[in-house]
Design a protein around this ligand. Structure first.
Ligand SMILES: [Zn+2]
Length: 384
């Protein structure tokens, strides 16, 4: 590697020790300030884009002042799902063989640092491209990017390709498609009554919801890749009271945008079996699906070619989870995801990265930064 892995790990440790649960604005901004300084030292032009109320700011770093040319956009988030204190209790920083554990190691602090390292590499080699590279370090991906989505989309419109550095998976595979995600809250309001003395006067929100859940489960279509999960339920006050309220929260995943509309409609169209129970549905598509179009397919083939001499046989997979790449792909900008270090156990107390993947992945990312041009994302046989 162009710098030692040990130095990379020292730097990573500083990032991990600033724990950054999304809703801890102050902590997130503390790491943001460190990233800002690190980018500046690396010769990038840096500014801060204010976040949503209560959330951290986005750090934007550019290789050159905007010059009207479309460039490359790199996306990395630095918030994590782990609450403060996880590092001290539950997921301490530790190296076990090739595995380095810690909150946010693979999702995705090692990956954010990887892009800075790749940038330093091409700068030292004098292979910085003539088009602008923009790096966005975002503070709120883990909750759906409410504050950073607008700037991500704005920058994506100025990009000919987007590289998302979420961790690789299953032995280094990268992500060429992600499902779209929709979220819903369904509330039932019935009529409460004493379950012993006035049972017939009650209209149970729980009984109504139970029937609705069976109906909703029927919308799952595994063959088409449409899933629906009623993951939370709450209702009732006591065994001897007919329940007035019941609420469920629903997570829906779809492969294509065409699949999204009918299922969103179907969920909003549910009607009560018991006319004395009122149903309300809130929610919709949170992240559009990221399905490889011709441009993204060309970008993947390009990355495969760059990976081969580094000894990486780049394999693309379809992931069930969403990322900020869903937003950029939905705008029609060629997008590749999962380009970070190889890791596993994201969102759990087993989160780790494989140290041996750092060096080749930095090399691959440096090659992508230095050697991706608008022609590389033009579908075969077509120039734009
Ligand atoms: Zn992530």
């Amino acid at each position: 590697m162009h710098s030692s892995v040990d130095r990379f790990l020292d730097e990573l440790r500083t990032w991990i020790e600033i724990e950054t649960p999304t809703h801890d604005r102050e902590a997130v901004n503390r790491l943001g300030t460190l990233i800002e300084k690190t980018c500046r030292v690396g010769g990038l032009i840096v500014d801060k884009v204010p976040g949503a109320p209560g959330l951290g700011d986005t750090i934007r770093a550019r290789s050159m002042a905007p010059n009207g040319r479309k460039g490359l956009l790199v996306l990395a988030h630095f918030d994590t799902v782990h609450p403060a204190g996880t590092l001290a209790d539950g997921l301490p920083w530790r190296l076990e063989g090739d595995r380095l554990y810690g909150p946010g190691t693979s999702d995705m602090k090692a990956c954010g640092l990887l892009v800075i390292e790749a940038w330093r590499t091409i700068r030292a080699e004098g292979s910085v491209p003539a088009y602008p590279i923009t790096f966005l370090f975002t503070p709120d991906e883990e909750i759906g990017s409410p504050g950073s989505r607008a700037i991500i989309e704005e920058e994506a419109r100025n990009a000919f390709a987007v590289l998302v550095v979420e961790a690789a998976r299953d032995g280094g595979k990268i992500v060429t498609a992600r499902k779209g995600v929709a979220r819903f809250t369904v509330k039932a309001e019935g009529v409460a009554s004493h379950a012993g003395t006035a049972f017939e006067k009650g209209h149970s929100a729980i009984s109504e919801m139970a029937r609705q859940i069976v109906h909703l489960d029927g919308l799952v279509d595994m063959e088409k890749g449409i899933t629906l999960n009623v993951g939370l339920i709450e209702g009732g006050t006591a065994p001897n009271t007919v329940a007035q309220f019941c609420t469920i929260e629903v997570d829906v995943r779809v492969r294509t945008l065409d699949q999204a509309e009918p299922i969103v409609k179907a969920i909003h169209a549910i009607r009560p079996h018991d006319p004395n129970v009122r149903l309300t549905v809130e929610g919709g598509l949170n992240r559009p699906p990221f399905f490889p179009d011709a441009g993204s397919t060309a970008l993947f083939e390009h990355a495969r070619k760059l990976a081969a001499p580094i000894g990486i046989d780049l394999v693309g997979i379809h992931a069930g989870g969403g990322s900020d790449g869903n937003f950029t792909a939905a705008l029609g900008v060629p997008t590749l995801d999962g380009l970070g270090v190889d890791g596993a156990g994201a969102h759990t107390l087993q989160e780790h990265i494989f140290v041996s993947s750092i060096e080749p992945r930095v090399d691959l990312f440096a090659a992508l930064l230095a050697g991706t041009t608008p022609e590389d994302v033009a579908p075969a046989g077509r120039t734009r």
